[in-house]
Design a protein around this ligand. Structure first.
Ligand code: ZN
Length: 163
C-alpha cells in the first residue's frame, strides 16, 4: 500500500469521534514500516493493550477502524485461525470488535472478527513473519491469490463496519 502520514491516518477513522482520532496512538515508526508488503496498516496501542487499529485503502482512500479486543486468556492457548489471512496461530489470534460507524455504532452495534493479534496478516501471508509450525494450511493458491483473499476478507469486514 501507499505510505500514509500520521495526519492521513488520523483523518481516516470512520468509527470513532474526531477527538478520539486525534488522541489515539499512531505508530512513531511510520517511515520504517514495510509499506510495499502491507495490504493494511495494523497496530496495537502500547498503552492500552485492549485497543487495536487498522487502516486500509478502501476505494482509493484510507479508511481507519478502531478495534477492541477482549483477550480473556482461556482460549488464547488454543490454535485459532485468523479470518483475514487464514494463518493459524497458537495463542496469536484475537477476537477484535469494531463499533460500527455512524448511528449503528452509537446504538452499540459492532462487528467482530478473529484476527492475528499483532495485525501483521500481510507479513504472514508473504512469509515475512513466521507464525510457527503448522501456521499455513497446505494450499495450492499462489501468493497473489492469497493476498487477494486477505484483501477481500478485510474489505468485507470494513464494509460491515461502515455500511
Ligand atoms: Zn491474519
Amino acid at each position: 500500500m501507499r505510505p500514509l502520514t500520521e495526519q492521513e491516518i488520523r483523518t481516516a477513522f470512520v468509527n470513532c469521534t474526531k477527538g478520539e482520532a486525534k488522541r489515539l496512538h499512531v505508530p512513531r515508526d511510520l517511515a520504517e514500516r514495510p509499506w510495499d508488503d502491507l495490504d493494511f496498516l495494523g497496530w496495537r496501542d502500547p498503552q492500552a493493550p485492549g485497543r487495536a487499529y487498522l487502516v486500509a485503502a478502501w476505494d482509493g482512500r484510507p479508511v481507519g477502524v478502531q478495534l477492541r479486543s477482549s483477550d480473556a486468556g482461556s482460549w488464547q492457548t488454543r490454535r485459532s485461525m485468523c479470518s483475514m489471512c487464514v494463518t493459524t496461530h497458537t495463542g496469536g489470534v484475537s477476537l477484535l470488535v469494531a463499533p460500527r460507524s455512524g448511528k449503528a455504532g452509537q446504538q452499540g452495534n459492532s462487528v467482530g472478527a478473529y484476527m492475528c493479534s499483532d495485525l501483521a496478516c500481510s507479513l504472514y501471508v508473504r512469509g515475512k513473519k513466521d507464525a510457527g509450525i503448522g501456521a499455513r494450511l497446505h494450499e495450492s493458491l499462489t501468493l497473489e491469490e492469497k493476498i487477494r483473499r486477505t484483501v477481500a476478507n478485510l474489505s468485507a469486514f470494513i464494509a460491515k463496519v461502515t455500511e
